[in-house]
Design a protein around this ligand. Structure first.
Ligand code: NDP
Length: 276
């Protein structure tokens, strides 16, 4: 019997998840049907309930429902607890298991696809929203030399740094600050703000880009964003967007649901928008 999965969001038309999961199903020989589900704002629980009642086995969750999914879940994985948000659910009877694979997807893209090890590196993350929260523990697990979180609303960066420090038992230094206080250079600079969605540029000093660093914009499919343009103009030659992260978090969910890990290479090639 064909097992049903879906991605739920609002809007949802733009989602690449059906394309990605259908490709994964094809290469792994899994019999699944994966669709887009548009839920009205305030209608998350009802839409998920109807999907489960119709035999749905699992869901990806995208904006603006990641917090609704957090509240809806019966069993939250540590990744979801730390992120305060859920991006994948698995339904088994009355149980709703919930995960957040964004952070592990990011790290897998950095380390395996882009061959950019985190261990011993100095990492700067721009933004203090859900994407940064989700990325922190997987990044810290790689034992970087230091992680600095920089945000427009400075208090949020500091709170998140304190939280990460506590969860990680203080083994790696994590600091939160405002853009004006970024005085050093970093080996990995991650733009986890939503600024690129509206072609805006966070006020990052160019001195933040160390020689030979990787500049990575978690936003994907926008070509050369203002952040990546700034990095290139500052002499950075290693640029990437979040397309690999998207594919890798999907692969994590697919493996969690189906017990088989798909290779992401072909999917990444297919959905990549050139950085030009
Ligand atoms: P949130 O809305 O939770 O957080 C947005 C963050 O961006 C906040 O820290 C906000 O700062 C900051 N910000 C917004 N505009 C600006 C600006 N003009 N200048 C400086 N800072 C700004 O978003 P998410 O964390 O959920 O997502 C962030 C990005 O990551 C999105 O573009 C999203 O598409 C991408 N993403 C990509 C994924 C992938 O698979 N590739 C997965 C998940 C997310 P403040 O706190 O001061 O308001």
């Amino acid at each position: 019997m064909t097992d049903r999965y879906a991605v739920i969001g609002n809007p949802i038309e733009q989602s690449k998840s059906p394309l990605i999961h259908s490709a994964f199903a094809q290469v792994t020989g899994q019999d699944i049907d994966y669709t887009k589900l548009l839920a009205p704002l305030g209608g998350f629980a009802q839409a998920v309930g109807a999907f489960r009642a119709a035999g749905g086995r699992g869901m990806n969750v995208t904006a603006p429902f990641k917090l609704d999914a957090f509240a809806y879940a019966t069993d939250l994985a540590p990744s979801a607890q730390m992120a305060g948000a859920v991006n994948a659910m698995k339904f088994e009877g009355d149980k709703v298991y919930a995960e957040n694979f964004d952070g592990v997807g990011l790290v897998r893209d950095l380390v395996h696809n882009l061959l950019c090890p985190i261990q011993g590196r100095r990492v700067l993350i721009l933004g203090s929203g859900g994407a940064t929260r989700g990325a922190l523990l997987p990044l810290l697990a790689e034992a970087p030399a230091e992680v600095v979180i920089v945000n427009r609303t400075v208090a949020k960066a500091q709170e998140l740094a304190d939280l990460a420090h506590r969860h990680h038992n203080g083994r790696v230094t994590v600091r939160g600050m405002g853009y004006a206080d970024v005085g050093e250079a970093f080996d990995v600079v991650l733009n986890a703000t939503s600024a690129s969605l509206t072609a805006e540029l966070p006020p990052l000093p160019v001195s933040a880009f160390a020689l030979g660093c990787l500049a990575y914009d978690l936003t994907y499919g926008k070509g050369l964003t203002p952040f990546l343009k700034l990095a290139r103009q500052s002499g950075v030659t290693r640029l990437a967007d979040g397309v690999g992260m998207l594919a890798e978090q999907a692969a994590e969910a697919f493996e969690w649901w189906r017990g088989v890990r798909p290779d992401t290479t072909a999917v990444i090639e297919r959905i990549t928008v050139p950085l030009a």
